[in-house]
Design a protein around this ligand. Structure first.
Ligand code: HEC
Length: 128
């Protein structure tokens, strides 16, 4: 009786953690979709490939405005912080609030539910 209950607890928690991994994968996939639609016109996420914006490969943990040879605005060069999950979220919701006078011509992600998956994707694809 007790053993059955223990097995049940183990099976239930295994199922729960599988569901969580699946939810995270879904987030990353949804975020990639947003990236393609809203960012890829200006950003590649391949090392060394600049478009209108700098490559986002390796952006996680990188100091803002420091991809060599990319013509950043003075504002981005002077920003001085590193791109963490929190900074990426704040910047992508309102770029001009976080780095006033930066030259990324993008209004921000305003639709509820879009920012978390996008940042989840960047944390994976934009890792160093
Ligand atoms: C119209 C073109 C354009 C679009 C669209 C755009 N960006 Fe940018 N992005 C830029 C430019 C240009 C810069 C450099 C800004 C500066 O130097 O002031 C930049 C800078 C950045 C930076 C800082 C990079 C660094 O090396 O410090 C991040 C992060 C970023 N963009 C993410 C995104 C994401 C994610 C999206 C989609 C939601 C996006 N951008 C959409 C053009 C764009």
């Amino acid at each position: 009786m007790h053993r059955k209950r223990a097995v049940l607890v183990i099976v239930t928690s295994l199922l729960a953690s599988t569901a969580q991994v699946r939810a995270e994968d879904d987030d990353v996939a949804a975020g990639q979709n947003t990236f393609v639609i809203r960012c890829s016109e200006c950003h590649d996420i391949t090392a060394g490939v600049a478009k209108i914006g700098p490559t986002l490969k390796g952006v996680v943990g990188r100091t803002a405005g420091t991809v060599p040879d990319f013509p950043y605005s003075d504002a981005m060069k002077a920003a001085g912080f590193a791109w963490t999950e929190e900074q990426l979220t704040a910047y992508l919701v309102s770029p001009k609030t976080v780095v006033p006078k930066n030259k990324m011509n993008f209004n921000g992600i305003k639709r509820p539910g879009e920012i978390e998956p996008l940042v989840a994707y960047l944390m994976v694809a934009g890792a160093p």
